[in-house]
Design a protein around this ligand. Structure first.
Ligand code: NAD
Length: 298
């Protein structure tokens, strides 16, 4: 049994912390939102009045926060993790944030003698609840091995992606590919409809041909061919378009700072920005299919 401080108990952090409780760990949580604390208490965890209070005894501090600014504040702000965590504690940030912030926070943590990992996830709220998340981990090999048994209580696939920041790098590269391929699949199925080609026929052909990809075969944005896909439940998420836009923007930011050419990533970010601007941000990101249906050729 480990003593774990868990900070950020939202849609993802709440069920992740609950799985650690279920695995027999002593979890002390903190969130700014009282309802999130109540949910952890109901799941059998302890709640703390502040982030600092949550981590006085903890051997491990896990954070699951919205974005880079919150991670900076929680780690490097007054009374934050770097000032309050116990000597020798391991720090794991599971939020999806920009690579630069991840590396800066990790450098500051290592400078204070802590072992720190960036460990963003994929798998959504369903994966967080079922304990089947994929963790993409950046940090030292020793730190990865130390964290693995705990991460295995929240996830099914745990991959060491390299040194600090590489977990975030893996996450945004993967999600940029997903965002681009989702737009491509939406365009293909829209064009098929205009050409009088049946949706199921295109699916049967393309899912066995060179156009095949995850966005089509597991998550088809056109209603019909994949019964479990959000397209068959009015695009209820799933993975929201807001989240996809966030990740595409992170990818563009990283492309600019690193000098990588990502013209389709930029186009996908611009399209999701328009979609979100039209009020569809809380829908599943595959709602791009409906959004494109409302557009006319330019
Ligand atoms: P969320 O908004 O539901 O949860 C974030 C929590 O952090 C909130 O409860 C908020 O109150 C808390 N918080 C913010 N600032 C705080 C502070 N200073 N101190 C303590 N608590 C604070 O978001 P989420 O959906 O749980 O996502 C968390 C992270 O996981 C994000 O980076 C997101 O991009 C990533 N992610 C989300 C999904 C998903 O499907 N929801 C999937 C993969 C990755």
């Amino acid at each position: 049994m480990s003593i774990i401080a868990f900070i950020g108990l939202g849609n993802m952090g709440g069920p992740m912390a609950a799985n650690l409780v279920k695995a027999g760990h002593r979890v002390l949580g903190f969130d700014r939102v009282p309802a999130a604390l109540d949910a952890l208490a109901k799941a059998g965890g302890g709640v703390a009045p502040s982030a600092a209070a949550a981590m006085t005894e903890a051997e491990l501090v896990i954070t699951m926060l919205p974005a880079g600014p919150q991670v900076r504040e929680v780690y490097m702000g007054e009374g934050g993790v770097l000032a309050s965590a116990k000597k020798g504690a391991q720090l794991i940030d599971c939020s999806t944030i920009d690579v630069e912030t991840a590396r800066a926070v990790s450098e500051a943590a290592v400078g204070r003698g802590f072992d720190m990992l960036d460990a963003p996830v994929s798998g959504g709220v369903g994966g967080a609840t079922a304990g089947t998340l994929t963790f993409m981990v950046g940090g030292s090999a020793g730190g990865f091995e130390r964290a693995r048994p705990i991460l295995e209580k929240m996830g099914k696939t745990i991959v060491h992606a390299g040194p600090a920041g590489n977990g975030q790098a893996a996450k945004i590269c993967n999600n940029m590919i997903l965002g681009i391929s989702m737009v491509a699949v939406c365009e293909g199925f829209q064009l098929a409809q205009k050409l009088g080609l049946d949706t199921q026929k295109l699916f049967d052909i393309s899912s066995k041909s060179s156009g095949q990809c995850w966005a089509m075969t597991n998550y088809c944005p056109a209603p019909g061919p994949v019964p479990a896909a959000p397209s068959n439940r009015d695009y209820q998420p799933g993975f929201t378009a807001d989240m996809m836009l966030k990740d595409l923007k992170l990818a563009q930011q990283a492309a600019q700072t690193s000098g990588a050419a990502t013209p389709l990533g930029a186009e996908a970010a611009a399209l999701f920005q328009l979609l979100v601007g039209s009020g569809l941000g809380r829908k599943d990101f595959s709602v791009m299919f409906q959004f494109l249906a409302g557009q006319r050729a330019g």
